[in-house]
Structures are given as C-alpha cells and as structure tokens.
Design a protein around this ligand. Structure first.
Ligand SMILES: Cc1ncc(C[n+]2csc(CCOP(=O)(O)OP(=O)(O)O)c2C)c(N)n1
Ligand SMILES: [Mg+2]
Length: 582
C-alpha cells in the first residue's frame, strides 16, 4: 500500500478496533499476552479480526520475555498486551531485562482510572497513574503514555510509542489506554499522525574524529578492542573483525547480550577486564581501549586512553572520562577507521601482526585450557560442564540460535558470532527470561532455524509454566538443563566475597541447595505437553542430545533434556540446607 494511503486512512469501530487496526497497519503480526478484563475491548476486537496471532503465556514475566526474544531475533517490535497494575507489575523483572538490553517492546494495558474515579480496586494507588508507575522500567525511565479521554489518541499514541521504542536509545515503552475507550463504539480516527515518518539515525563519525581515532590506535603499543551490543544490532560484525585483524589487537567483551565479535576468532580474548595472564602470555600491556557500541564497562577501565563510539549516548562519559568519543553509527565508522589506519600508518601497519603475534597465543590458551579440562573429565560418570560443552559444540547445527540462562554453563568452545551460532542472554540478569525468550526467538526464527535453550536448574523454575506455551504453539525448541541442583553462581560469588566466613569454612550456604526434594524437570515439561528425558550419567548424554536435535529439527517438536551436571568451584560438594519441617 502507498504510504500516503495509510496516512489518510480512517478507521471506525470500538477503541479496541482502532488499536488492532493501528497495530496491523504498523506490521505487527504477533501479540504476546496474558489477558485481563480492562482489555475487553481489545480482545473483543481481536475475535472479529483474526489476522494477528496471539501467543498466550501463563505469567507476565514469561510474556515479556517472549516478546523480547521475538524482538531480538526478528528486529521487529515485540508487542505485549498486559493486564492492569497487577499484571503490569508482574512484567517487571523481564521488562527490566528488556530495558537493560535496549529491546524495542511495546506494552499495552487497559486502565480503569478516569477523571471521575482515579482509584478503582485494581488500579494504581490513589494519586498514582498506571502509566507513571511503569516509568522506572521503560525506556530511559520515562516512556510511558496514557490515553484517558480522547479516542483519536489511541492511534496516535500507539504510533508514537512504536516509534519511540525503535529510536535509539531503543527500549520498552508502556501505553496505558482507558478501558472504557477500548469498549466505546462508533469511534472514528485517522490512523497515526503521519505514521510513516522515520527519525534519521546517527551517521558515521566525522572524518576528523576518524583520523584522530586511527592515529591513536596506530600509535598504541597494545590497543584493546571491545565490541558491544550495538555492533550486533547494526550488523557491524564483519567490520569489527576487519579492524581487529588490521591492528592484530585483542577483542574483549563485557556483559554482552549478543556475540558482537566471533567467540572462536583467533583474536577473541574473553571477558574484560584484561587478565594478568594476558600481559604475561602476550608480553603486552594494554595502553588504549576502544569501546565500540558498548554501553559501558561493568566495573572500571584500566587503560590510560579511552575511546568510545556508538549510536547510544546514554552512558557515554557517565562513569569514567573519555579521551575521544563520538555518537555515530558503527559499520561505516569502523570501516573508515580501518581504512584510515593503513593510510596514516603505512610503515607501521605491516609490523603489527609480528609485534602482537602473542595475542593469538593467549586466545588459543583460553581454548586449550578449556579443551584440557574437558579431556580431564571426559570419562567422569556424572557429566562435567565442560563435557556438556564439547558435546554441544559438536552436535548443535551451525545456524542455531542459543538462548542462555545458565549462569555457570561453559561456553568457551562454542562458536557464536555473525558467522556462527547466534546467542543471547537476559541483559539485566533477572531470572525467568530463558523459557519465554526462546519461545519468542523460535517464532521469529521460523521452522528452519533451530533454537536451543540452555537453562540452569535454578533459572528454569522462574518461568517453568512456559512449557505449556511451547506445546500450544509447537515452538520446536531444544531445551537443555544444566542441572547442578543448586544456585551455583551465587555460592561461588559468596565464597569470593567472604572467603573467611563460617559459611565457606563449613560449606553451609543458606538458601542455595535445590534438591531435597528433587524436582523432576522432564516430568514438569511432560505435564505441560512437551516431551523430554533425564540424563543422569555420561553414557546417556550423547544419545539424548542426538535425539533432542532430531526431535526438534526433523520432527519439529519441542524437547527437553535435563542433564545432571557436576558442581564446580568452591563449595562444590556442599549439599547442606537448613533442614526444618512443619
Ligand atoms: C529474579 C532473580 N532472582 C534471584 C536472582 C539471583 N540469582 C542470580 S544467579 C542465581 C542462581 C542461578 O542458578 P542456576 O540457574 O541453577 O545456575 P547455576 O549458577 O547453578 O549455573 C540466582 C538465584 C536473580 N538473578 N534473578
Ligand atoms: Mg544450578
């Protein structure tokens, strides 16, 4: 349809119909929901118009994670239809993840409040508005809209909210619409205000800035590169690799939610901060860091010269001083920096590979340490996490999308990146992301592209009602649970923070042991219509994984494998819990 035609289109019907039509015209195909009564007008409209597919989740956290997973793989806005205050606040943990990840979500809820009565049983407390209550967990803590009295605003506010969710810095936007307006009949409105307009994104950095960056990069003894999630979002992975290769510089990551630099690339050196081992093995001391598309480093920055570039200015200059910084797009900017390097340093450029040849030795060491660990445990009866890792590296199809919510699962050997498997994790660390995100990811990825969900046993039960959604819509996801019967990462964090405590000396970690009684996770899935099995020993592992890949790819059915894995780290043999019963 011609753009101008959409702009002029008049819609008539109930408020719910205006909303459904607005979403449809904006290209929204799926609505992720857990319904409530303030949205009656919307669901009544949906029953008359079956063009959009509903994906029902049995808890709002699950619903928000589904929309987020869908957004991350499709690039489209994930639209959530939520219940009033009680349902909206139940979204919170996962909406927080979406906010940290900068995911474009639109959450729409009905709202009972009116000018006559601002507080009714299910609403925000007197004096608070529902939309206002959602500010802290939406884009920049401010993108919440309210449509209270004017039905024409349904289409306008929806269009604006969709645009705001997708304009950098991207993030979730909340829209609260009067329940009465959603029900009111005989309304007429124009579809959105000039609905088709776009806000132009930042362009490449200025030539002067590019020269300055290239000059400094070329002069550094050991420039460190860090590529953040905007590299993935802007599909600048190829340019990131070219820059690293031109400089023969190490690439590090910080709490990333996408694989911005290929994890099996010979210059990929794992997580920041740069370890002491790096300096030893590579014989180099990092003296400059380039942060490209990174929101910020988790912790402090050690290098004396800091350059930051990317489209999202939100945290630029907030936590440490920057020597050169630019708000810009990435692919073209990175390409220009690489070109300028060769131009500005014609003599040096050919020597970098030799000068920094040990960087590859360090990257290789990380991999060989992991391989050694796996070899050491390859015959253990109970599966070691590194053994599970090697099996996954061998058996998963190369075009797999992996959603990971297993804190201590090992991934060094898995190839993630623009040229390998896709990968994502929650972002804000609010558990309950995995099951929903994998469902949304599978809906976006489609029948042909495999989606694998790697869960911790702890993580699973924050959203275990989601197997029902998997079964209902037949989202053929392979779920693998790294089941160590504990909140392992918490135990190891505690042990690091208070190494001299009674807890650590006696191995008595309150609140972390999850067995006694054991939960049968495969049965939990089966009870909801998803087939699965339990792997208790090494010899069952490979056949089970092969079965799982077969089931999900060839037979197109979801499948769950609960793998009992060894515990690792300090307190690994602790099975203590505070044993009392009523
Ligand atoms: C909603 C929420 N509650 C609590 C936590 C704290 N927390 C962080 S990791 C973790 C345990 C994860 O356990 P599991 O998924 O089994 O992974 P493991 O560490 O055992 O590999 C907990 C409870 C959290 N991140 N999010
Ligand atoms: Mg665990």
């Amino acid at each position: 349809m011609d753009k101008r035609e959409i702009m002029r289109k008049t819609i008539t019907g109930t408020g719910g119909m205006l909303l459904v039509q607005t979403l449809k015209d904006a290209g929204v195909d799926y609505l992720f929901t857990n319904p409530g009564s303030a949205e009656t007008g919307l669901f009544a409209a949906l029953s008359e118009d079956q063009d959009q597919k509903l994906i029902v989740g049995k808890h709002e956290g699950l619903v928000a994670a589904m929309a987020d997973g869908y957004h991350r793989v499709s690039g489209k806005v994930g639209v959530v239809i939520a219940h009033v205050m009680g349902g909206s606040w139940q979204l919170a943990g996962q909406l927080f993840n979406a906010q940290i990840a900068g995911s474009s979500l639109l959450v729409i809820a009905g709202d009972w409040a009116s000018e006559i009565q601002d507080f009714r049983g299910l609403a925000a407390f007197p004096g608070l508005t529902q939309a206002e209550s959602m500010r802290a967990i939406t884009k920049d803590a401010r993108a919440a809209y309210q449509v209270a009295a004017n039905p024409a605003a349904i289409t306008i506010a929806t269009t604006r909210a969709l645009r705001e969710a997708t304009t950098p810095p991207t993030g979730p936007v909340y829209l609260s619409i009067s329940a009465e307006l959603l029900l009111r009949e005989g309304l007429e409105a124009q579809i959105g205000e000039a609905a088709a307009y776009q806000i132009e994104r930042p362009g490449p950095a200025r030539p002067k800035t590019i020269e300055a960056i290239a000059k400094k990069l070329g002069e550094a003894k050991c420039p460190v590169l860090m590529f953040g999630d905007d590299v993935w979002r802007e599909r600048a992975g190829v340019e990131a690799v070219r820059l690293a290769e031109a400089l023969e510089a190490p690439a590090f990551a910080t709490r990333q939610i996408f694989p911005n630099f290929p994890t099996r690339h010979p210059l990929y050196c794992g997580n920041y901060p740069v370890s002491k081992d790096f300096e030893k093995v590579a014989g180099l001391k990092p003296d400059l860091i380039l942060l490209a598309g990174v929101q910020g480093v988790h912790g402090s920055v050690a290098e004396p010269f800091v350059i930051q570039i990317g489209p999202n200015p939100l945290l630029m200059g907030r936590h440490y001083p920057l020597d050169i910084a630019a708000q810009c797009e990435l692919p073209e900017t990175l390409r220009s920096i690489t070109d300028a390097l060769k131009r500005l340093h014609p003599d040096k450029a050919s020597g970098w590979a030799r000068q920094r040849e040990k960087v590859r030795a360090y990257a290789k060491l990380l991999v060989s340490r992991e391989e050694d660990l796996a070899r050491e445990h390859e015959h253990d009866a109970i599966v070691h996490p590194s053994v599970l890792e090697t099996h996954l590296a061998q058996l998963l199809p190369k075009n797999t999308v992996m959603v990971q919510e297993s804190s201590t699962a090992r991934t060094t050997l898995l190839p993630f990146g623009h040229d390998a498997m896709s990968w994502t994790r929650s972002g804000g660390g609010s558990l309950g992301f995995g099951v929903g995100a994998a469902i949304g990811a599978k809906i976006a990825a489609g029948r042909e592209r495999p989606v694998m969900l790697h869960l911790g046993d702890g993580a699973l039960t924050y959203s275990a009602a989601g197997f029902w959604t998997m079964a209902r819509y037949n989202t053929a996801i392979l779920t693998v649970i790294s089941n160590n019967e504990t909140y392992q990462v918490v135990r190891t964090n505690w042990a690091r923070e208070v190494p001299d405590s009674k807890m650590v000396h006696t191995g008595k970690y309150p609140g972390l042991y999850l067995d006694a009684p054991a939960t049968d996770y495969a049965a939990l899935a089966r009870a909801q219509g998803v087939d699965g099995e339990t792997v208790k020993t090494l010899k069952e592992l490979e056949p089970a994984l092969r079965r799982g890949v077969e089931r999900t790819t060839r037979e197109n059915k979801p499948y769950v494998i609960d793998v009992k894995v060894q515990r690792e780290g300090i307190g690994a043999d602790s099975t203590w819990y505070q044993d009392w019963k009523m």
